[in-house]
Design a protein around this ligand. Structure first.
Ligand code: HEM
Length: 453
């Protein structure tokens, strides 16, 4: 379709909210159960709907063709500034996740080497080592909150591999700060900014706690006589030259913003993906048996290595399918920095877009019986038959996750190491629901009974 044939009227959608009572009602319904709320709207309006908010046009999407258009084909027309993430930006500052344009390009180039295949092979050993250490701490018959266990494990992995930092003794502080952060962001967004809110106070305090840990890391490294070889990501930042500024070293603030971003983006998502995987395995013994058979056949009791990953395709499929059902980054947000289009609709500059990965992943057109847990969907032939961008746990296009391969290697190795020795059963009466906040968390954790295999 040529641009002149584009429909200038927006797609169908709910009527605009009138006044603050209407707005509060909307926020209440949205925040109580965002999945049901948005799901109903897709049912009513189809693949794309328009729900302007606070004077900004908002396009809500789930169709792979629309996703491809926004994230890949016209990716350069969109930026990351988005009203929904204003608070997150306050926490992350100008890190890789939130910047745009030349600043983003420069940061991405600078950080990319830390995620090269060669580096990943090096990280793999530390990942398995941390998983083995965690496995030794699980005792048969114990009840453990897997959400918390996985959060601690992935935090240890990211700190050790990227920052050569041992977070022992600090995991509670970091996990606590992250938790408050997650909660406060949702609550604070609902309330008008002039209203003092306890959530906002807690948010400030948790940011301070995180900042203190990060400052200590930077100071320690600046004072270190022997930096790690090869240089880890923290060293790369400490050594980096600020080409945009005066050509001097990056300031503490810039380093801090990258570290907070990588801390946050680098462990919480992988942690949720693994927790959901244990939860799904516990409910699907036939999948668990097949996973165990592959691990026993390929590894025969020894620890997995980076080189084993290709020989563990079913393990990969299990992890991929868990992220289909529970994509940790369940929505993506963009703002049109110039006039654009989505399908037949014109999208004026300044409009915002929300992509609901969650609904793309649970669409029966691409995934028959979408709620069923079937790792076989990710066997190469089946995956190739689906439209591009019908699976996007790591996003798509230039802004796709820089840590994608890191996370896939980590997820598979942690899963393989733990599942070789342990099983986790859901506690009696435990009912798990999703809590869609910054990421898709299991609400209140997931208590499971540890069993030795
Ligand atoms: C299962 C684990 C993970 C998931 C599901 C995930 C998901 C995502 C998604 C969907 C995006 C794109 C956001 C957008 O388009 O707006 C993203 C970006 C990003 N992720 Fe991840 N991620 C994971 C693990 C990691 C890890 C391990 C790291 C770092 C150690 C990381 C660091 C980042 C960063 C820095 C960005 C911003 C990239 C850019 O804009 O250039 N992520 N992630």
């Amino acid at each position: 379709m040529r641009p002149m044939e584009l429909l200038q009227a927006p797609p169908p959608g709910p009527s605009p909210r009138r006044g603050w009572i209407d707005s509060l009602g909307y926020y209440y319904r949205f925040y109580t159960d965002p999945i049901a709320f948005v799901g109903n709207r897709f049912e009513e309006y189809g693949d794309i709907y328009y729900a302007p908010s606070k004077g900004v046009g908002l396009y809500v999407l789930r169709h792979p063709d629309h996703l491809w258009q926004v994230l890949v084909k016209d990716g350069a027309k969109y930026g990351k500034t988005h009203t929904a993430f204003a608070l997150l930006e306050r926490v992350l500052g100008r890190g890789l996740l939130t910047t745009d344009g030349e600043v983003w390009r420069r940061q991405r180039r600078m950080l990319q080497p830390a995620f090269s295949a060669k580096r990943l092979a090096g990280y793999a050993e530390a990942m398995v080592d941390e998983a083995e250490r965690a496995a030794r701490g699980f005792y048969a018959g114990q009840v453990r909150d897997m959400s918390r266990e996985m959060m601690e494990l992935t935090l240890r992995v990211v700190s050790r591999t990227l920052f050569s930092h041992d977070v022992s003794g600090q995991t509670d502080a970091v996990a606590g700060a992250m938790d408050t952060l997650r909660r406060s962001i949702g609550v604070s967004e609902v309330l008008p900014s002039w209203l003092p809110s306890p959530g906002r106070g807690r948010l400030e305090r948790s940011v301070d706690a995180l900042d203190a840990i990060i400052e200590e890391m930077i100071d320690k490294r600046r004072g270190a006589s022997e930096p790690p070889t090869p240089p880890d990501l923290l060293q790369m930042l400490v050594d980096a030259v600020d080409v945009e500024g005066d050509g001097g070293r990056l300031g503490d603030r810039e380093i801090r913003d990258q570290l907070v971003t990588l801390f946050l983006a680098g462990h919480e998502t992988t942690s949720h993906a693994l927790t959901w995987t244990w939860y799904l395995l516990a409910q699907h013994p036939e999948v668990e048996d097949k996973l165990h058979a592959e691990l026993d056949r390929v590894l025969a009791g020894r620890a997995p290595t980076y080189a084993d990953l290709d020989a563990l395709p079913y393990t990969s499929c299990v992890f991929d399918e868990a992220m289909r059902l529970y994509p940790p980054a369940y929505t993506l947000a963009r703002r049109a920095e110039e006039d654009a289009s989505i399908g037949p609709y014109a999208v004026p500059k300044g409009s915002e877009v929300i992509i609901w990965t969650y609904f793309t992943h649970r669409d029966a057109r691409w995934y028959p019986e979408p709620d069923a847990f079937r790792p076989e969907r990710f066997e190469p032939e089946a995956a190739a038959a689906r439209p591009k961008v019908s699976y996007l746990p790591f996003g798509a296009g230039a802004r796709a996750c820089i840590g994608k391969t890191f996370a896939l290697v980590e997820g598979r190795l942690l899963l393989a190491t733990l599942a070789q020795r342990l099983r986790f059963e859901l506690c009696e009466g435990e009912r798990i629901t999703v809590e869609p906040r910054v990421t898709l968390a299991p609400k209140g954790g997931v208590r499971m009974v540890v069993r030795r295999r």
